[in-house]
Design a protein around this ligand. Structure first.
Ligand code: FA5
Length: 371
């Protein structure tokens, strides 16, 4: 048996030292051949057992490590010979240990891969492509058309003070619309100690935009409004309006009619005819309710027809008090008109939808039917 195949246990050194002469006492406590150690290793079947094996022979207090420490008690010649034997034994054991450890690691990885196996032959779930809702589509088209007519776009704020929503646009504080049944109030209060409100109309931004851009001005403000309205096919509690504010020298009702007909014809992509009925809005004088209808070709007869009229907007010539509240002197010859269009109703008319509540219902069957 080759000397390399021996491992020498050197524990109990101190006891033995007293029993044997200094030459012999460092050796031969127990002798185990390399084959035996490796047989033990090959019988190991768990990581814990492998760790114990390692600690027994190669760990800090393992036999081989201790044997190295004891080498200093040997004569230089013996130390050289035994040192070489021990080193080559240690390297052999470490190599075998590493191989075994790698085997365990590979088994672990394979087991994990097996568990997380992805079946690449399964059919892939089709990704659905998003699209704009009808309201967004219409609002964007309205913005583009307004821009092409020289209007700039502003959004304003959805939460406004009571002053902005009412008084700044000449709605007296005693007006019924300020009562709870129309307006959604927030608990937070403004500097005047009044509760903030969810804006009931985009007209609440008139004062702010006139001050911001000054006159002459051409601005549209499209966005959300909130009301405590009874819901029905043409009323929702949250809806979109587009406010228009146009102030310049010598602006007349005729100018307004031309602008609004051109604008609505562009949005509906049909020739639109408007009917102006007198309407009361405290922030305009005179004021109008505006119904629209359009020409279309009847697919059955091929003849020109007129659609039903639908009330789409309120409008009028801006009241001098609104101009004054924004710091514009009405006596200096500046006049203008304002309008507030219901975007939901325009969208309903454009796409032939009978009930505007579909737009906000979240019903995907409806939404997808216009994809
Ligand atoms: C107003 O809100 C005025 N601020 C409009 C205005 C602006 C007049 C500038 C004069 C000058 P009215 O309450 O009528 O007006 O609303 C205007 C449009 O918003 C309506 O014609 C309608 O199209 C839409 N609208 C109003 N309430 C609702 C609602 N609950 N649901 C859906 N659309 C609505």
């Amino acid at each position: 048996m080759d000397s390399n195949e021996f491992i020498y246990g050197f524990t109990l050194k101190s006891k033995i030292k007293s029993l044997f002469s200094s030459q012999i006492c460092f050796f031969v406590f127990f002798i185990m051949d390399k084959t035996q150690i490796l047989t033990q290793l090959s019988a190991i079947s768990t990581k814990d057992e492998l760790e114990t094996w390692y600690q027994t022979y190669l760990g800090k207090k393992g036999s081989i490590t201790l044997a190295f420490k004891e080498m200093w008690n040997l004569s230089p010649e013996d130390r050289k010979i035994k040192g070489q034997e021990l080193s080559s034994l240690k390297s052999a054991l470490e190599r075998e240990y590493q191989q075994k450890a790698d085997t365990f690691l590979n088994e672990e990885i394979n087991a994990l891969l097996e568990k997380d196996l992805v079946d690449i032959s399964l059919p892939v779930k089709k990704l659905e492509q998003g699209f704009y809702s009808l309201l967004v589509k219409t609002r964007r088209e309205m913005e583009e058309i307004a821009q092409s007519m020289g209007f700039r776009i502003e959004i304003g704020k959805e939460v406004v003070s009571k002053f902005e929503n009412f008084e700044a646009v000449n709605i007296p504080i005693s007006h019924p619309a300020t009562e709870m049944h129309d307006t959604i109030y927030l608990t937070k209060k403004d500097d005047r100690g009044e509760n903030y409100v969810m804006r009931t109309h985009t007209s609440s931004a008139q004062n702010y935009v006139i001050k911001k851009y000054w006159v002459p001005i051409r601005v549209v403000l499209p966005w959300k409004c909130y009301r405590f309205d009874e819901m029905d096919p043409s009323h929702d509690t949250m809806f979109y309006q587009m406010e228009g504010v146009y102030i310049d020298k010598n602006i007349s009702v005729a100018n307004f009619k031309y602008v609004i007909e051109t604008f609505l014809s562009g949005v509906l992509k049909k020739k639109v005819e408007v009917r102006m009925r007198p309407g009361y809005f405290p922030f305009v004088e005179p004021g109008f309710e505006i119904d629209a209808r359009y020409e279309y070709i009847d697919p059955k007869t091929g003849e020109k027809q007129l659609s039903k009229r639908l009330e789409l907007l309120g409008a009028g010539m801006i009241h001098p008090n609104v101009l004054r509240n924004a710091g514009v002197d009405p006596d200096e010859g500046r006049t203008g008109f304002a309008f507030g269009i219901g975007i939901n109703r325009v969208t309903a008319m454009k796409y032939g939808v009978k009930d505007i509540r579909y737009f906000t219902s979240g019903d995907l069957r409806f939404t997808r039917s216009f994809a």
